[in-house]
Write a protein that binds this ligand. Structure first.
Ligand code: FES
Length: 160
């Protein structure tokens, strides 16, 4: 197999992880970190190449990616919106926030991005309960309390 995303440099680093860990599966997380830091995303094609290279079943890799929130799969979009729906954020109005996001972006939460600009994901907690309802766009954290559609649109316009 020809590797497109697992460059020579990445493969060399992965080889070092493999040497370090007795079980190949243990090299998966480290390898995913490496891929994520290069591409800022983990897509299906990254996982397929990693599966092939490490000889670890694809479903094992997919399971790890979906378990760890840090590997934020953007599902075909340039920007990743995360809206917390856990209780504190729920009480403070995350439902309304989510509706506004869907309306303004034309995307449905947790569905593959249609226009390639935003992927909206509902998450359990982003560790910012004190500013509930909290949301993130890529690495930027926001407080959505009493946010208006106009303000939200203004925020979204920064992400092209
Ligand atoms: S509950 Fe929403 S950020 Fe923690």
């Amino acid at each position: 197999m020809e590797f497109i995303y697992l460059t020579e440099e990445i493969r060399q680093q992965i080889d070092k992880y493999v040497e370090k860990f007795p079980v190949r599966d243990q090299a998966v997380i480290q390898s995913l970190h490496l891929i994520y830091s290069k591409y800022r995303d983990i897509e299906d094609y990254h996982m397929k190449e990693l599966s092939e290279y490490l000889q670890v079943p694809l479903n094992v890799i997919e399971g790890i990616v979906s378990f760890y929130d840090m590997f934020r799969v953007k599902r075909g979009a340039r920007h990743h919106i995360r809206v917390c729906k856990n209780l504190p954020c729920h009480i403070m109005g995350c439902k309304n926030l989510l509706k506004m996001f869907e309306k303004l972006t034309g995307e449905k939460a947790n569905e593959y991005s249609k226009n390639g600009r935003f992927y909206i994901e509902t998450v359990e907690c982003i560790g910012s309960c004190s500013i509930a309802p909290a949301f993130m766009i890529d690495d930027d954290l926001y407080n959505g309390l009493n946010i208006t559609e106009e303000k939200l649109n203004e925020i979204l316009s920064k992400y092209t």
